[in-house]
Design a protein around this ligand. Structure first.
Ligand code: 3Y8
Ligand code: NAP
Length: 249
């Protein structure tokens, strides 16, 4: 009897939940609980951490999970590592639904950095106006560069004060569109964009908008993920699930 744990929090995870529901495959959709009111799903939803890899292994056993799909964001690195450890310990099949990374095109002005701290260092010298579209968690690191004006796009209004002297918050939940992001960057006279290489369509609008406006992008490359079977599309995941069940995994 197939019972899937879908580790979600991305556009593709929500699309997969829809497909699993239509295929009548019993699924539990899991959110970390990072936002106040996450998008609703057509399957059972659970919210909150598991308590590390061991907590997840216990959850898998208690809930009789047969398959785990890691459809979390490419930067949700701890969740990815925990899922790998827990499934290996429990002997359960794990696969990752991951969208290909974005690639610079001719004419783009990208500076690649390995992490947020290096993104701070890569900011230009003269004071200018930066679009920080990397969520709430990492904003305070940019206090190291107080000379700039920052446009912050957040999902929820910040509860604690932002540690930057000069910023503007815009509240929005993606997926975003190019014309909206072009207008936003023109309105705020943005010269540079800081982005994570999330891939996929939900966060791509700002990349295409920056391209259209000829802006520089400081692109944070993805962290390495464990060596797990990885698919880029929903169909492949459904085939993997039904195939691995036929194989009696
Ligand atoms: C809680 C679930 C769906 C999912 C939509 C995708 C697209 C919109 C683009 C920008 C970039 C950013 C951020 C972003 C995008 C999708 C997808 C994606 C980027 C929600 C969601 C949860 C989160 C958590 C949130 C993080 C933050 C990151 C904002 C729901 C809306 C910047 C990543 O305030 C916080 O603490 C926010 C935290 C983790 C990154 C960070 O490090 O701060 N996502 N985003 C998930 C959970 O609880 O498990 O609330 O509905 C999901 C989506 N966010 O169903 O359509 O698929 O990527 N999310 C980044 O890519 O850089 C915004 O503004 O251009
Ligand atoms: P993270 O750093 O990898 O995870 C930190 C902890 O959050 C994990 O150890 C786990 O807690 C819990 N967690 C993460 N994802 C979870 C899930 N789907 N279900 C249950 N618990 C989860 O993750 P993050 O970067 O904070 O991202 C949190 C969520 O936001 C993820 O679902 C991710 O897909 C989504 N998201 C993230 C980004 C991003 O830029 N990071 C962008 C879009 C969406 P325990 O150790 O207690 O189990």
């Amino acid at each position: 009897m197939m019972r899937v744990l879908l580790l979600g929090g991305t556009t593709e995870a929500s699309q997969l939940a829809q497909a699993l529901h239509s295929a009548r495959i019993e699924t539990i959709f899991s959110y970390a609980g990072r936002t106040n009111a996450p998008v609703s799903q057509p399957v059972t939803v659970r919210v909150g951490g598991f308590g590390g890899a061991d907590g997840l292994a216990t959850y898998l056993k208690n809930e009789g999970i047969s398959h785990v799909v890691d459809a979390t964001h490419p930067f949700a690195n701890t969740m990815g590592q925990n899922a790998y450890q827990a499934c290996r310990k429990s002997g359960l099949p794990l696969m990752r639904l991951a969208r290909p990374a974005w690639r610079a095109q001719a004419g783009d002005h990208w500076t690649h950095v390995p992490d947020i701290a290096n993104a701070c260092v890569a900011l230009p010298k003269p004071a200018t106006r930066i679009f920080l579209a990397i969520g709430r968690m990492h904003v305070d690191q940019f206090a190291a560069r107080p000379e700039h004006h920052y446009l912050l796009r957040l999902v929820d209004a910040p509860e604690e004060p932002i540690a930057l002297p000069d910023y503007h918050v815009t509240l929005a939940r993606g997926p975003f569109d190019v014309s909206g992001d072009v207008a936003l960057m023109q309105e705020h006279r943005i010269t540079h964009v800081v982005a994570k290489n999330a891939g996929g369509s939900g966060a791509a609008a700002k990349i295409e908008a920056a391209r259209a406006l000829g802006l520089r992008i400081i692109m944070i490359d993805r962290p390495l993920r464990p060596d797990v079977a990885e698919y880029a599309n929903i169909g492949a995941v459904l085939a993997w699930l039904t195939h691995s069940t036929e194989r009696g995994v």
